[in-house]
Design a protein around this ligand. Structure first.
Ligand SMILES: [Fe+2]
Length: 312
């Protein structure tokens, strides 16, 4: 029995060490040249046809080992998305909170992490991407990621990335978004990527943007211009809601630790969106956490909710 225990412990220890290898390798990796949003948008504008896919995830919060390790696990699966050779994946978009606290070091880690994704990448601004010092760290976003707001066309669809990290949309930004939405009417589909959802995806959380005036106005705008999907992050979970015929998908499971119960959407994941002429659908791909994270956190989180559900 003792021997069996020893062998079991040895196997688990080896598997834990193996699950740590990608993140340790990441920190020693040579840093690539920064990758600008504008460059990706320009590249995509040359794509032809109307059958394509793109990938969305949010809140990888790079620069914290726990998050980086989980994001690398996501990326390993993302890079295999074209294995059936059915759907051309055109790009990946990150719905904000790319970094843990917005420091330069975290932006550099994010720069390395995203370089492992084999498709062009666009990144929206999240509230944690300029967390430490608003004036100071926004410059790192510009240096490592580029424009905070941009629009681009890709194969008959129009994409608008907005910056609502501050939790509000100014009068000027509302006008700019509406101008972009007017342009988007020439396309079959329109998609918006914003870090913060205008409606809290999870009623049991503290996040309640619907008490701010921008929320309703933004949703009415999306409804008027028949936006297909608004992709958001911020809440570290997966949730889909429909308001006024517009889908709002929160996809904030890109690496950051999630405290929300798994049954309510608190799991690591990314989305694969498929556009086929007039039709759009998507799948949320759940990703298991790296073993070391499972053993020190996720296993206990699941056990906690299991016990809580049994008692209350
Ligand atoms: Fe976040």
């Amino acid at each position: 029995m003792k021997r069996f225990k020893k062998i079991f412990l040895l196997i688990i220890s080896a598997a834990v060490i193996y699950s740590l290898v990608p993140v340790v390798t990441l920190y020693f990796m040579k840093e690539p040249a920064p990758y600008m949003n504008e460059k990706t948008a320009e590249k995509l504008s040359h794509n032809k046809g109307d059958y394509f896919g793109f990938i969305v995830f949010g809140d990888c919060h790079s620069g914290f080992m726990f998050n980086d390790s989980a994001t690398l696990k996501l990326i390993r699966q993302i890079d295999r998305e074209d294995r059936f050779k059915k759907l051309p994946i055109d790009f990946v978009v990150v719905a904000g909170d790319a970094t843990f606290r917005g420091s330069e070091w975290e932006h550099r880690i994010y720069n390395k992490t995203r370089s492992l994704i084999k498709w062009p990448i666009l990144t929206a601004m999240g509230n944690h991407d300029d967390d430490d010092d608003k004036g100071e760290t926004t410059k790192y976003f510009k240096k490592y990621i580029g424009a905070k707001e941009l629009s681009f066309a890709n194969r008959g669809s129009y994409f608008i990335i907005i910056d609502n990290a501050a939790g509000d949309i100014s009068e000027e930004c509302f006008s700019a978004i509406e101008e972009e939405l007017k342009k988007s009417l020439a396309y079959k589909h329109r998609f918006i990527i914003a870090h913060k959802s205008p409606m809290s995806p999870y009623q049991q959380s503290w996040y309640r943007p619907e008490l701010s005036p921008w929320s309703y106005r933004f949703m009415k705008l999306c409804e008027r211009y028949k936006v297909d999907i608004v992709f958001c992050g911020h809440e570290h979970m997966f949730k889909e809601s429909v308001f006024g015929g517009v889908k709002y998908i929160t996809s904030g499971g890109g690496g950051m630790i999630t405290q929300i119960p798994k049954r309510d959407g608190g799991f690591l994941h990314y989305l694969v969106v498929r556009v086929y002429g007039d039709y759009v659908d998507y799948e949320a791909r759940k990703v298991s956490p790296p073993l070391w994270e499972y053993l020190i956190y996720y296993m206990w989180k699941d056990a906690f909710y299991l016990i809580k559900d049994a008692i209350f």
